[in-house]
Design a protein around this ligand. Structure first.
Ligand code: MN3
Length: 211
């Protein structure tokens, strides 16, 4: 399988003034493209592994041959994480979840605002380059036991590797905000709340609780 950069669901300037056009364009066409290219380069060395879906490789990196394992974790993680990041934003929203995902957020965090406070505090507090996620974990031994969690990962590590399914992800690498926000990461994170798009998170969650 050869991975390719997918077009965004919206224009590069669609998230203005919260996320600027230049940042979006560079982030998508340079950063994300580079992760994809380097993932493809690594997988070329092991065509048999290339047939396994990326999600499965990241869930269980021990199956990846040693000589390309860190490349797949880093660049495969970057490939997968950024796709979810683009789909975690949408100028048309919905900026708040609805239905079963909203029910689960209320049950776990008490309110949407309390969820946001915990999520944004985690994002501000992430040391160095990394991500903050809303994830779901399912205990396979029990039905109806899907738990929501806020998780941080460093570099391009995926929550999949620690057994969690990411629903929504916020990139707090400096390349995600530096042109507009420089050192003011907290301002970038506060702005991000206004461009959230919950449709993908809801779809992943609904699939997960049905399985
Ligand atoms: Mn990034």
């Amino acid at each position: 399988m050869i991975y390719e950069l997918q077009p965004l669901l919206y224009a590069y300037d669609a998230l203005e003034p919260y996320i600027d056009k230049q940042t979006m364009e560079i982030h998508h066409t340079k950063h994300h493209q580079t992760y994809i290219n380097k993932l493809n380069e690594a997988l070329e060395k092991h065509p048999d592994i290339a047939e396994i879906p990326l999600e499965e490789l990241l869930k269980n990196p021990n199956q990846i041959p040693q000589d390309i394992r860190s490349a797949v974790i880093n660049h495969g993680g970057g490939t997968y994480n950024h796709l979810l990041f683009w789909n975690s934003m949408n100028p048309n929203g919905p900026h708040k979840p609805t239905g079963v995902l909203m029910d689960a957020i209320l049950k776990t965090f008490g309110s949407y605002d309390a969820w946001w406070k915990e999520f944004s505090d985690a994002a501000v507090g992430q040391f160095g380059s990394g991500w903050v996620w809303l994830t779901a974990t399912t205990d396979n031994q029990q039905q109806n036991n899907t738990q929501l969690k806020i998780t941080k990962t460093s570099n391009q590590d995926s929550p999949l590797t620690q057994g969690e399914m990411p629903l929504l992800g916020l990139d707090v690498w400096e390349h995600a905000y530096y042109l507009k926000y420089q050192n003011k990461r907290a301002d970038y994170i506060a702005s991000w709340k206004s461009v959230l798009g919950w449709k993908t998170a809801q779809a992943i969650y609904e699939t997960l609780i049905k399985s």
